[in-house]
Design a protein around this ligand. Structure first.
Ligand SMILES: [Zn+2]
Length: 261
C-alpha cells in the first residue's frame, strides 16, 4: 500500500483527456460559436456533446414546449417540464449550463425563419436538428449564403443520416435532393420503402439512434473546428442500427443548385 492517492495535476484539467487526441484543437474548440436549430431529441444530444466537448458559446433555437412524449429520448427534460409546458429552449439552456460552469447558452424561442441571415455570420458551425424539409432547406440555404459549415442530422426509428455541408465547396441539401442514386439510398434506408428525404409526420424515435446521429454531427464539427475538414464525411452518412450497417455516399455538386452562385 502506498497510502492515500492524491489526484495529480492531470486530473485538475477538465480537458486533459481531450488534449491527448493529437488532431483535436481544444483551445479552438473552446473559442467556437455554434448554432443549434431544433432542441428535440437530436438537439438535446448535440448540445450535451458540444458542452462536454468544451464549446462555450452556443445559441439554440426552437419554438416548441416540452411534452411527455419527448421524455423517452431527451436528456435535459423532466416530467415537471412537460407538466408546466416549459419552452424547450429555456429548459435546455438551464440544464446544459449546469454541465459546465463557463458555457453560455443564448436561447431563441422561435422558428429558424425568424433568424436574419446576417446574424448567422457570427457562427463557426450550424447544426440542423430539425424534423421538416422546409426548415432544413431554409437553414441550408442561409448557411450556404454566409459560407458557414452546416451539419444536418435526421432520424427515423433505428435509422438516421448525417450530411456535412462545407460551403461553397461541397454539395448542399438542395444538391442532394436532386440526385437519383441519393434517392435510391434514401429508399434503402427508409422504414417504409418510400423515398424519404426528411420526415413531416410523427416519426418513430428512440434515444440510441438520436445519440449516435447527434454524436456523428458533433464529431464532424470537431474535425471542421480543428482544421481537419479533409477527414469529414463526404458527404452523407446513412446509418441503420437494426441491421448494424452504415454507408457513406459522396454527392455531386448540382450545377443548377441556386446555393453555389
Ligand atoms: Zn447545393
Amino acid at each position: 500500500m502506498t497510502g492515500t492517492i492524491r489526484p495529480g495535476f492531470i486530473d485538475e484539467d477538465r480537458y486533459d483527456r481531450s488534449r491527448r487526441i493529437a488532431w483535436l484543437d481544444v483551445e479552438r474548440v473552446r473559442r467556437t460559436k455554434c448554432l443549434v436549430v431544433g432542441v428535440g431529441a437530436l438537439g438535446n444530444e448535440v448540445v450535451k456533446d458540444l458542452v462536454l466537448s468544451g464549446i462555450q458559446d452556443i445559441t439554440i433555437v426552437d419554438m416548441d414546449q416540452v411534452v411527455r412524449s419527448n421524455l423517452n429520448r431527451c436528456v435535459f427534460f423532466r416530467e415537471g417540464d412537460a407538466e408546466r409546458s416549459l419552452a424547450k429552449v429555456d429548459v435546455v439552456a438551464q440544464r446544459a449550463m449546469e454541465l459546465a460552469p463557463d458555457v453560455r447558452i443564448n436561447s431563441i424561442e422561435g422558428k429558424v425563419e425568424d433568424i436574419a441571415t446576417e446574424e448567422l455570420v457570427r457562427f463557426d458551425v450550424i447544426f440542423g436538428c430539425l424534423d421538416n424539409i422546409a426548415a432544413r432547406l431554409h437553414l441550408n440555404a442561409q448557411a450556404g449564403h454566409v459560407k458557414v459549415p452546416y451539419i444536418d442530422g435526421g432520424t427515423d426509428g433505428f435509422r438516421g443520416k448525417v450530411q456535412v455541408v462545407l460551403p461553397p465547396a461541397t454539395p448542399c441539401l438542395q444538391c442532394a435532393m436532386n440526385q437519383s442514386h441519393q434517392r435510391i439510398l434514401e429508399r434503402r434506408f427508409s422504414c417504409t420503402g418510400a423515398e424519404v428525404v426528411v420526415h413531416e409526420r410523427k416519426i418513430a424515435a428512440e434515444i440510441t439512434t438520436s445519440s449516435i446521429i447527434a454524436a456523428i454531427q458533433v464529431r464532424e464539427a470537431l474535425k471542421v473546428i480543428s482544421g481537419r475538414s479533409e477527414a469529414c464525411i463526404r458527404h452523407v452518412e446513412y446509418y441503420d442500427g437494426y441491421q448494424v450497417r452504415s454507408e457513406c455516399y459522396e454527392l455531386e455538386l448540382d450545377p443548377d443548385c441556386p446555393n453555389h452562385g
